[in-house]
Design a protein around this ligand. Structure first.
Ligand code: CP
Ligand code: NVA
Length: 304
């Protein structure tokens, strides 16, 4: 069997994505221990901090009967100059898959190319495809479907939005991105999402006007203005991103019952106001919970 990696959302087809989401729902309904991953060891390498991804993967692997192996990047020989390729070859002799959070997407691609085990992207500077699975599961459970819904994302054109664009397009959603000039999503990703949307009945739209993006939206989503590794730019970004804060005014432009989403961690008073993230339409903790169920579904899809 050829191995399947999960490096970007479109590593899955539309049909496969829907199947993974169905299994995620089943796992949410019944969280009893399973043995799908019995005898399998899954490595986890995190080169950046994490609360949700790290814990949900570790718990999820254990709930599926597998053995999570937590590898501290700084304690691996990788930190002393062993190549990524040799590391991938060695890990492939012990493990059945590896979950990796890193900086450059190319590091994930190198690991995947050199090794013989599935590599799962647990966030890179470029994409966050595991987040997008939980995002779609959450929207589906609150709205009963995805096709034709308008998803508005306000803020930085970052890793989270790159995954959301493709995931939304694969699911036939209308994705509107509002970001300040110079902080738009990468044009190639917008083009890819647009091409995907052409086949699924979805739509992709980018604007520098936050209210235009949010207009009549079914879902309003945001993320931090400065991602991990961009802390030095935080002050400059705060000024520029202020008009893109998800607050009452933005929510008034969306549908009255629009869902409020954030991948977390959140900064209240920056990218989102406290009344909105803590308000009745917020589903951010369902999103966080669904990381567990959707990643369990992904693991069984890739490994069984
Ligand atoms: N949303 C998310 O990936 O959170 P963590 O950085 O805590 O894993
Ligand atoms: N864009 C954020 C997402 C954190 C889950 C970051 O990369 O820091």
């Amino acid at each position: 069997m050829t191995k399947r990696d999960y490096l970007t959302v479109d590593s899955l087809t539309s049909e496969e994505l829907a199947k993974v989401l169905d299994v995620a729902d089943e796992f949410k309904r019944d969280r009893r221990p399973r043995d799908d991953l019995a005898g399998k060891s899954i490595g986890m390498i995190f080169e950046k901090p994490s609360t949700r991804t790290r814990i949900s993967f570790e718990v999820g692997i254990a709930e599926l009967g597998g053995h999570p192996v937590i590898l501290n990047a700084s304690e691996l020989q990788l930190g002393r100059g062993e190549t990524l390729e040799d590391t991938a070859r060695v890990l492939s002799r012990y493990l059945h898959a590896v979950v990796v959070r890193t900086f450059a997407q190319s590091r994930l691609e190198m690991l995947a190319a050199a090794g013989t085990i599935p590599v799962i992207n647990a966030l890179s500077d470029f994409t966050h495809p595991c987040q997008a699975l939980a995002d779609l599961q959450t929207i589906r459970e609150h709205r009963g479907g995805l096709e034709g819904l308008k998803l508005a994302y306000l803020g930085d054109g970052n890793n989270v939005v790159h995954s959301l664009l493709k995931a939304g397009a694969l699911a036939g959603m209308r994705v509107a991105i509002g970001s300040p000039a110079g902080y738009e999503p990468i044009p190639q990703v917008v083009d890819q999402a647009t091409r995907i949307a052409a086949h699924t009945g979805g739509d992709v739209f980018c604007t520098a006007d936050p209210l235009e993006a949010a207009a009549d939206a079914d879902v309003v989503y945001t993320d931090v203005w400065a991602s991990m590794g961009q802390e030095g730019e935080a002050a400059a970004r705060t000024m520029l991103f202020r008009p893109f804060q998800v607050n009452r005014q933005v929510m008034d432009a969306a549908k009255p019952d629009a869902l409020v989403m954030h991948c977390l961690p959140a900064h209240r008073g920056e990218e989102i106001s406290a009344d909105v993230i803590d308000g009745p339409n917020s589903v951010v903790f369902d999103q966080a919970e669904n990381r567990l169920h959707s990643q369990k579904a992904l693991l069984t899809f890739l490994l069984t």
